[in-house]
Structures are given as C-alpha cells and as structure tokens.
Design a binder for this molecule. Structure first.
Ligand code: ADP
Ligand code: MG
Ligand code: MG
Length: 895
C-alpha cells in the first residue's frame, strides 16, 4: 500500500521531493526538538495521483482519517469540537518553494458551534470571531474561488463604519457581524452554504491545495523558474497556534542573516496580534526584532537560540516563520532562504570564516547568474542632478529606470513594445506576477523586506524598493503622490534597490564595483567604497580565485578585434576561442570583396585579394598583440557571400528604374547578375564555411597567408603569437584534407619568405551532425575541434533560429516541448549526445586532440557544467561572460 500521509516526526529535510520543502523542513525541525505544532504531511505523490485521475486516491481518505485521529488523541482535542476545538491549517508546499503561488487555509475546523467553544476555551471572544472571519475569507477565496475583493471590501467597509484604521481595532461584535456578512457572500457567490462540517472543510481545503498547483500564476512562475510542471505539491496539516490572541501574541518572519545585503545578524519583521499572512501582505507596518526583544525578551531569546540552531544545522542562511501565542514561541516554517546576489557571496565567505563550510562548499553557494547580476551598472552617486522622492526599503538590488505603470496589464503591454517600466503598487500579490516579470523594477508603498514584492523580486533578481511609506498610491486613478509630487502613468522614475532610494526622472548609471574589480583589479575597485561593498568585493575575489584554482576547463573569449580581446584578457580570458573574420570584409573593404565576387578572371580576383591582404594582416597583428602568449583561434570566412553584396530587391528596383529611363549602369547590371547567381533559398544551409573555401579560389588562401604573415612578423619582433586556424562548417574529412593541403603549402611558403619557422595548428568547427558522427575520420585532418553549438543546435533540430524563435518558441515552452530554449542552454539529450560522440571518437583517433566550444552556450552555466562533464579542454564565450564561465567552471569541478 502506498503511504500517502507522513507524521511530522516521520520525515526529514532530505525528503523534499515526497513531502515538499515545507513538509520536509517541518519534519526536520520536529526531530531537532524545536517547538513545531504537531501535524502531518500528505505527499506530492498523492497530489500527482489526484491531478492525473481527477480524484483523490482511495487509500488517502483512510490514511487521512487515521492521521487525524492520532493527532486528536495526542492533543486530547477533536477537530472542530464544540468545546475547546482542535483547529488546523491546510498548507501547500512544493519541492521547490513557490512563494505565495499556491494556497493555504488557516483555522479549519471552525463553525457556528466551535467558534463559541473557542471563545470559551480562550476566554477571548474577539479572537474567536476574528479567527472565524479569517477562515470564511480564506476558504471563500481559495477553496470556493470567490473574488477576494468581496471579503476585503466588506472588511474595509466595516472599518470605515467604525471609523478605525486597522482590523485589530474591530471588536467581537463587529467581527460577528462580518461573519454573518461573509457567510451570506459565500452563499450568494458559490450557490451553497459554507460547509459547517469540519471534516468536509478539511477535505475541500486539501483538494483546493492540490488544485492550486495548476493555477495560471503557478504555471507562469514555474516556467520562469524552470520548475517541472508535473512535480505536484504536498499538503501540510498543522495544528493551529494563534498569533491573534491579544497583545502577548503575534506572528513574524525572520532571516538568520540579512538576505538583502548579507550582513550577519538576524533580521526580521513582527506583527503583534496578527495571524498568518498579515506580515507578508504588508497590511500593517511591522515591528523589528529589536522591538520584539523589548516586548517579550524571553520569546526573543528563545527565537535567537532556535535561529542559531537552525543555521548550524543547515549550515546556511535560513528563513523562518514563527508565531508567538501568549508568550509561547512556535516555529511554523524554515528553509534555506533566498538571498540577493551580493548577499550570496558575502554569506558564503562568512560561513567559511565561521568554519561552518569549506571553500569548495562556498563555491556551490553562489552561481554565475548572481555574479552576472553584480556586474550590472548602478546609479551614478556622484551624478549632479538627482531629485530624491523618498527612501523605502532596499528589497532587491539593482538600478532600474522606467515609466511608471500601476498594473500588470500596462507593464506587459510596455514590455511587448520594449519600453522599460517600473510597476508601482500599494503592495503586490501573486496576481501581479506577470507584471513584475515584465517590469524593470518594482516599487511598493507598503510591506517590509519580507513582503510578497520583496521576496518574489529577490527570487527573480529584479530591482525592488518596497515599503516607501510616503508614497500614496491610487491604483484606480492611476496616480501616486509623494510629498507634493504627483506621478502619473508614463512618468519616468529611477529606483535603487541597493539603497532604497527613489528618484524623479532618469538617473545616469555607472559601472558597478564588481565590474570595476573584474576589469581593473581589487585595489582599483576598493577605492572610496563603503564597508559593505568592501566586504562584497573581497568575497567575490576570494571565491573567483578559488574557482580558478579548482576548475579544469580553460576559459577563452569570443573576440573579433584587439579592443575586445584586451577587455576579455582583463576579465580573465586565457585566449580567444573564436575570432570571426567576416567584419574584416565590411566597411570600406566591402568594395574589394565585391571586386572578388565580380572578377571575370583569376587575375582580377587576385588583384583584389592582394589589396585586402595587408589590411587583414594588420587586423591579425592587433588581435595577436592583445593576446600575446595566449592561444588565438581564427575562423576562416563563414557567411554566404551575398551578405557582402547589396540587397537584392533594392538593386532590382534600381536597375529597373534605370532601364526605364534608358541609362543603365553596366556595373549595376553585373552586380545584379551576381546577386541573382548567389541568391539562396536557405542560406544557412547553402554556400558558406568550408564550401566557400573550396569554391572561391584564393579566398581562404588570402586569409591563411595574412594570418601566417602577421604571426611571423610578431615573432620576428620578439613576441609570442599562438595562432590557430579554424575551418568552419566541415561535414566531411575530405573537405578538410583539401583545405589543409592548400594551407600547408601556404604556411611553408610564408615560412620560407619570412625565414620564421612556426607551427600553426589547423582544426575544425564541429557544427554539423555529420561532422560529429564522423569525428573518427575528421580528427585525422584536425588538430583541434571547436564545437559551434549555435549551428550544431540549428542543424540537429533542423531549426533556423531567426525563423523559429519568434514564430513558435513561446508555444513550445508553454506546451513543455522544452523547459528552456536550446539556444540558451544546451540540449544535452540531442546536441549533447553528438558532442559526446565526437569527443570520444575524436580522441580515439588523436589522443591529444584539443577540444573546445565556442557557441553562446560557452557562457551558460548549465551548459558549462555539461562541457566539464564530457571533458572538453575549454569553453569560449563573450568577453563579459568570462568571469561567469570561470566561476561556473570552478563550481562544476567541485560539485
Ligand atoms: P506560504 O507558503 O504562502 O508561506 P504557509 O502555509 O506558510 O503559506 O502559511 C501562510 C501563513 O499562515 C504563514 O504566515 C504561516 O506561518 C501561517 N500559518 C500556517 N499554518 C499555521 C498554523 N498552524 N498556525 C498558525 N499560523 C500558521
Ligand atoms: Mg510560509
Ligand atoms: Mg557556425
């Protein structure tokens, strides 16, 4: 029989897949002896079964009854009893945390009778009715799908009638009246009475949690976070403890270190006389942990002790939810907490210094995406004109500039047109998710660093300032007021998620300290920075150096000119993995290549080549000088020749018009004939790469000669150029042999002429499936392979990237054909398989075959881990991704 229900004491933190993150960690805390209200977890397996069959698996009902009875017997109370009732929460909790995406219902078990029992047992009538109205509200919204505003509007109206600001000021009689109103609303909107039977409430709530797995917002979130759609959620049934039992009670959220900056020391928000999600929703302004210490020193001390225990146990930053019921502390949740990129680096090295983890482990706690974020520009602090509108909380770092919008729809519309916007809200809720994704930054008036906006923005790496109390947002009128400034939709603002500052207009941005460090070194970056930044820079430096020490993969850059090569070298590139040569035929030189194409005799063609050669030689000298002593792989011309000729349609029109007026330019006619001749239906699969080298006499020879001459000249001047020649788009070893024969002859003649002896390796790109599949043969003629994974992805899938990305990739992602575009992250099963074959077969033929990759995947973290696993020698990526590749290659080596 399948076990669908696990008591908290039966699980542990490693059972996340089965019990969900929340359930697994509740179990872990229970077994650590921490004060967790007793309960049990329904597995994700039960959810999957429910979603597949459309009904609960048969055994679940029985197992749920048994677990509930055990709980009741242990506590000596019955669910929803008319005297001293047991109440429970029904909480969603997937394997990977999806903050606020799914549903939770509190106070299950309350009904018209048990509410009185609760009032009696607690001696607090207001509390009992407050709990009941909360149940009706949550149950109505999440289980019965009634619009939440039905309830929140009624609550607001009640407050207005009583002339009060907050719900704690409503008394028992007000709440009783609200209960009557809520029940009527439920009848009206759902067509049936609120279920009075506690078990029925429980069953319906469990089902609602299962179903919340498939809401639109949950799906959107999963797509963004690359969480599989079929994992399902667990359901936790947890004995209620009450933070709304008066002034000695409350509820809070805390982090063992500051998740925004990474500064050590606990950080948290606390709300007196409140329940559950009041803190996260930013409904009232919260107190700090320091305030809690004053209010209730004993609970505070215990909380600190629990948090230290959790950190030592998980050996990482933990975030927690807790409730204090009449001065008794209860732990309701913990997990290894999300954090900003900067915090991740600082915390990782702090933990090393505290001897909780090793440097190798520290490397696993940060990643390339976080490093990329730290390289983003920031606002220019020294910049002259800045109008500060106010300072809120620095919830998620970064500098964002954009036009104000007040709702998701406007943000999405703007994103579609490529306009940057800042989503401005009183507070966000899960329905704002799409708008948050679309916006460049998020600004809220309410809520702390643990509010929905802050948590979600941090998770996405999106700039966010929250809790700007001075901001008065009128979402209906689409205006926001700060002091005497009124912002309307479309007005530009700039928000700084690192400082919490909000500025009017468009503020200039400058390089981040981490970018300065990477480009100019630690000393330069440390000048004039504050303590926090200094600590961050030291952390980044330490972890990056450790990654360099550990990694087995070399990291090169894709760079086409001396300037890019220079930048790449500063960023740590150990050579160039791909220098494209097509730009060397553009600009002023286009005319020369036109002459090559139009040449009627070999002599005419040679004359044009002879004029190109010194220019190209100079290009190579610059590049090789910038990378002196390091390998530089130069790819011979790859794109189809028509790319160097005028546009076919324009030229046709020009010639036709000229013909009509009887003044045709014969040069234009010849050009048009050439354009027609070279026109291809599928240029991507046409005359390009090695095929050009074989079909256009002298073309590759020109390039090879220019390369050899440049290297010889540098060498005779005492430099150490290490150039490699790479042939693109090879599909057969024969193509390569033909080019090699020609190349060897040229290299010999240049050596004779210059009297400089040098070995210039010749290799090939692997970017056709046939090349990968015949690698055994191809390695006979190639001294190195470089996987051109952009073309290899196109040719393996039969996709033309330019055509498919816009046309149907969104649908493919939506329908789960892939979790991520294969152009972004390597398709390991298909393209990766070809790479593995080529690696193994190539090395069998030539054991010292050098292997690299130069597609965009060379800068993608997941792909880098794959390249490490299959044993490539290096990855090559754009200069800016070099530090990211270094870090990820180091991580791959220790993970
Ligand atoms: P989420 O995943 O959205 O945080 P939770 O299941 O953690 O949802 O619950 C929502 C809120 O209700 C949290 O603040 C949590 O601490 C609180 N809560 C959940 N269960 C209980 C309980 N048994 N007693 C008191 N508060 C609870
Ligand atoms: Mg929670
Ligand atoms: Mg290619």
């Amino acid at each position: 029989m399948t076990q669908y229900v696990y008591g908290f004491a039966e699980g542990n933190k490693d059972l996340g897949e089965l019990l969900g993150g929340k359930g697994a960690n509740l179990a872990e805390m229970t077994n650590l002896g921490l004060p967790v209200p007793p309960g049990f977890t329904i597995t994700t397996e039960a959810c999957r079964s429910y979603l597949a069959a459309g009904k609960e698996p048969g055994e679940l009902r029985v197992q749920l009854t048994m677990a509930l009875r055990r709980l009741e017997d242990d506590l000596g109370r019955r669910l929803g009893d008319r005297h001293d009732p047991l109440l429970v929460s029904v909480r969603s909790g997937a394997m990977q945390s999806m903050p606020g995406m799914m549903e939770t219902v509190l106070n299950v078990g309350l009904n018209d009778a048990s509410v009185k029992g609760l009032a009696e047992a607690s001696g607090n009538e207001r509390f009992a009715w407050d709990s009941y109205r909360r149940l009706l509200q949550m149950f109505g919204k999440t289980v019965l799908d009634i619009d939440g505003e039905v309830f929140s509007d009624a609550l607001d109206a009640a407050k207005t009638v009583r002339g009060v600001q907050t719900d704690v000021e409503l008394d028992a009689e007000d709440l009783k009246a609200l209960v009557v109103e809520f029940k009527a609303a439920i009848l009206k909107h759902s067509g049936s009475e609120f279920p009075q039977h506690p078990r029925e409430q429980l069953d319906l709530a469990v089902r609602a949690v299962f179903e919340s797995w498939n809401t639109d917002r949950a799906r959107i979130y999963r797509r963004r976070e690359r969480i599989p759609n079929d994992a399902g959620t667990a359901v936790n049934i947890c004995t209620m403890v009450f933070g709304n039992l008066g002034d000695t009670s409350g509820t809070g959220v805390a982090f063992t270190r500051d998740p925004a900056s990474g500064t050590s020391g606990a950080y948290g928000d606390y709300l007196v006389n409140a329940q559950g999600e009041d803190v996260v929703a930013g409904i009232r302004n919260t107190l700090s942990l320091a305030d809690l210490e004053e209010l209730d020193p004993a609970s505070f001390q215990q909380l600190m002790k629990v948090m230290r225990r959790l950190e030592t146990h998980y050996r990482d930053l933990c975030d927690i939810e807790f409730t204090i019921e009449r001065s008794k502390l209860w732990m309701l949740q913990t997990r290894v907490g999300k954090r900003t990129a900067g915090a991740a680096f600082r915390i990782a090295t702090q933990l090393v210094d505290e001897d909780l983890i090793t440097l190798d482990e520290a490397l696993t706690r940060v990643d390339g995406a976080q490093l990329a974020q730290l390289m983003f520009p920031q606002f220019d602090v020294a910049g002259a004109q800045r109008t500060l509108l106010g300072t809120g909380m620095a919830a998620s770092p970064g500098a964002a500039v954009g036009a104000v919008v007040f709702d998701s729809e406007a943000a999405i519309a703007a994103a579609r047109e490529g306009r940057p916007v800042i989503l401005v809200r009183k507070e966000t809720n899960p329905d704002d998710l799409e708008g948050m994704i679309a916006a460049s930054g998020v600004l809220t008036a309410r809520g702390g660093k643990t509010s929905h906006a802050a948590v979600v923005a941090r998770g996405m790496g999106k700039t966010c300032v929250c809790g700007l109390a001075a901001l008065d947002v009128d979402e209906r009128a689409k205006t926001a007021r700060v002091g005497d400034v009124v912002l309307g939709e479309g007005d530009l603002i700039s928000i700084d998620g690192t400082t919490g500052e909000v500025f009017a207009g468009d503020v200039a941005v400058v390089a981040s300290p981490v970018a300065t460090y990477l480009e100019s070194g630690l000393d330069a970056a440390l000048v004039g920075v504050n303590e926090e930044t200094r600590d961050l820079l030291h952390s980044v430096d330490r972890l990056l150096r450790h990654a360099d020490l550990r990694r087995r993969l070399g990291v090169r850059a894709n760079a086409d000119n001396g300037e890019d090569a220079d930048r790449a070298r500063h960023l740590g590139a150990e050579g160039i993995g791909l220098c494209r040569t097509e730009h060397m035929f553009l600009g002023d030189r286009r005319e020369l290549i036109e002459q090559v194409i139009l040449a009627r005799t070999q002599n005419e063609r040679e004359a044009a080549f002879e004029r190109l050669r010194p220019l190209q030689r100079q290009d190579f000298i610059e590049l090789l000088t910038a990378m002196d002593g390091l390998p530089v792989t130069i790819r011979l011309l790859d794109p189809p020749l028509h790319e160097f000729l005028p546009d076919r349609t324009e030229l046709t029109v020009k010639v036709a018009l000229a013909a009509a007026s009887g003044a045709v330019d014969p040069a234009d006619e010849r050009l048009l004939a050439a354009v027609e001749r070279l026109h291809e239906s599928n240029p991507m699969l046409g005359l390009r790469g090695v095929r050009l080298g074989l079909v256009v006499p002298g073309l590759f020879a020109l390039q090879i000669k220019a390369i050899a001459e440049a290297a010889a000249q540098l060498r005779s001047e005492g430099a150490n150029p290490k150039v490699e020649i790479m042939i693109p788009l090879v599909g057969s070893v024969m193509e390569l042999f033909l080019i090699r024969d020609e190349a060897d002859a040229i290299l010999r003649s240049v050596a004779e002429q210059t009297q400089v002896a040098q070995a210039i390796p010749i290799g090939t790109m692997i970017e056709l499936p046939r090349a990968a599949l015949t690698a055994t043969r191809i390695a006979e003629a190639a001294e190195f392979f470089s996987f051109g994974t952009n073309d290899l992805t196109q040719t393996t899938w039969g996709f033309s990237r330019d055509d498919v990305e816009a046309a149907f990739f969104a649908t493919y992602l939506d329908r789960g054909v892939f979790m991520v575009s294969p152009f972004e992250s390597l398709d390991v099963d298909g393209v990766g398989r070809l790479i593995q074959i080529a690696v193994a077969d190539g090395r069998r033929t030539r054991p010292d075959l050098k292997l690299g990759i130069c597609g965009e995947h060379g800068g993608d973290p997941e792909s880098i881990h794959f390249f490490h696993r299959v044993g490539l020698d290096y990855v090559s990526c754009s200069p800016f991704r070099v530090p990211i590749a270094r870090l990820e290659a180091g991580r791959a080596a220790v993970m």
